[in-house]
Design a protein around this ligand. Sequence first.
Ligand SMILES: [Ca+2]
Length: 208
Amino acid sequence: MRNILMFTMLLFVCGNCNAVILIDQNTRNGSFETGQWDPWGSGNALVNDVSFASNGSYYAKLETITGRDGIGQRNFSIDKNAGPIFAFSVDVRNGINPFDKLDISVSGRTYNGEYIYGVEYNRFEIPAEASNTWVTITGTETFNVADWQELDINTLVFSIGFSKTNWVSGELLQGFLDNIVLTQIPEPASCLIMTISGLCVILRRRKW
Ligand SMILES: [Ca+2]
């Protein structure tokens, strides 16, 4: 029984092994609590309202008459050895005239300047309940191995973009973002090797 518990604990630990936080409420202004856009590309406005924010007191308001609006970050310090998988979590809420789509992507360029991006197509329908409450959208972006090897990590960009299908020219659209988290997580294969290695250490110590 004790061995089962240890093995379960090991699996749990390795589920998060070597995960690198790139953006969260304490890192790179993931919750907008500095009251400044930096290092995000600027949107319409940062609003200080603790009664409305999803996390802390500030949230980002994006407002446009051009049909789409977004924010992003670049100039990450990325360790390629930490793996080609990125997990994200974004809190979204609709304004009075809502967007209906949210596109979230991690992209970059090869050393030759070719544009590459994660294999997932992360376009989300913003659910109707986002008009009354914050909705958390999560997912991953994974670069295939060949792309990851060729990626110039200095070009990596994380972007979040609102849009609306059937947008009418001149229509004012509004949406809110808060509590944004981006992590770089190790490949499952690497984790499995670490899990097996850890298990071997346990078994050796117990002389199984
Ligand atoms: Ca916040």
